[in-house]
Write a protein that binds this ligand. Structure first.
Ligand SMILES: [Zn+2]
Length: 49
């Protein structure tokens, strides 16, 4: 069994959602945050050794 060189893990910055947690400023008004900078909006990051 060969170990993969890298593995994808859930992004801790956005908790796997692809977007960082944001506070909704006003109820009923949706805001669209920028994709997570750490994972680029994928929700997963490559774990390097
Ligand atoms: Zn992320």
């Amino acid at each position: 069994m060969n170990k993969p060189r890298s593995s994808e893990i859930k992004c801790g910055a956005c908790n796997g959602t692809g977007f960082p947690p944001v506070r909704q400023p006003k109820p009923g008004r949706r805001i669209y945050p920028a994709p997570c900078r750490k994972c680029g909006g994928k929700g997963r990051v490559i774990e390097r050794e």
